[in-house]
Design a protein around this ligand. Structure first.
Ligand code: GLU
Length: 288
């Protein structure tokens, strides 16, 4: 059984051509729902009818997902992806409830229903796929190093032996640096805490995805720099409840739609692009 809700086709057409004017919302997703004709019983129909989705994201990663302490606004590439998905469910931005997640609670939050989705620098891994499912990837980055601006002793992961390297519990980053590079890992709950450890001189480096580190470096360019080439591949996906095949397929359709309609590129340029990351080609969605 299908229900047709007054579809905002005209608005969508404008959004797709980027012709909606209003320079103010240039950095926000321009997606509007084009087809909210969801089959009964699907998660899409449920969220659409509830007029609400809860999306877990990070609050402390400039460029990716960041909550401005003054205004309370959320900004970043992941936030734009979240808004795009919300719009495609036929929801207004104020019907998207964002909830803060940290690296180590993402699987639990999805499993116990605290969030409907996680869009928060969330790498697709086989280990995590045992617990949750992923749509995407919608972006690919790789692990790098953040060091003090005046530190010339660390140029890449091979220089990490015996160095104190901060990363986050439950992240792929801490696992890689522990397992492969003989560093002395210092675990914290968030990357903000790690960056504070670095600026106070308590650790020698912070490691995680380059896209995240570039955002921190862009905030304190006189104190911090990102060094070396990427030494891992991080495929960012949208985390959802394991086994919800129809929702995953629909999410993959939306991700591909954002690649095709220009929204993805626009979102990237308005967020990560501003931290100095070149706009890449969109990745190939993995419909596993
Ligand atoms: N993308 C990596 C991960 O999902 C590192 C960033 C993060 O901790 O969110 O583990």
């Amino acid at each position: 059984m299908f229900r047709r809700i007054g579809a905002a086709m005209a608005v969508a057409a404008l959004a797709l051509t980027g012709a909606c004017g209003g320079g103010d919302d240039d950095k926000s997703s321009t997606a509007k729902a084009t087809d909210t004709n969801f089959a009964a019983g699907t998660t899409m129909a449920k969220l659409h009818d509830a007029k609400k989705i809860t999306i877990g994201t990070k609050y402390d990663q400039p460029g990716i997902a960041y909550k401005d302490p003054a205004s309370g606004d959320l900004q970043g590439f992941d936030i734009e992806i979240a808004k795009y998905i919300g719009a495609k469910l036929g929801l207004d931005e104020n019907q998207i409830e964002f909830k803060e997640v940290i690296s180590k609670n993402r699987e639990d939050f999805i499993k116990n229903g605290s969030v409907d989705l996680v869009i928060g620098s969330y790498s697709i891994t086989d280990e995590r796929k045992k617990v949750v499912d992923f749509a995407g990837p919608y972006y690919v980055t790789g692990q790098q190093l953040l060091v003090a601006k005046d530190d010339d002793s660390i140029k890449g992961p091979d220089d990490l032996k015996g160095k104190k390297v901060c990363s986050v519990t439950g992240s792929t980053s801490i696992a890689t640096v522990e397992e492969k590079y003989g560093a002395n890992p210092v675990p914290f709950g968030t990357y903000t805490e790690c960056v504070n450890q670095l600026t106070s001189g308590s650790v020698d480096a912070v490691t995680t995805d380059g896209a995240i580190l570039l955002g921190y470096a862009a905030r304190q360019p006189d104190k911090l720099k990102v060094v070396g080439d990427a030494f891992s591949t991080e495929n960012y996906g949208i985390g959802l409840k394991r086994g919800d095949t129809k929702f995953r397929a629909w999410l993959n359709d939306q991700i591909e739609g954002s690649f095709k309609d220009g929204s993805w590129k626009k979102a990237f340029e308005g967020t990560l692009g501003k931290s100095g990351v070149d706009t890449p080609e969109p990745p190939k969605v993995d419909r596993y």
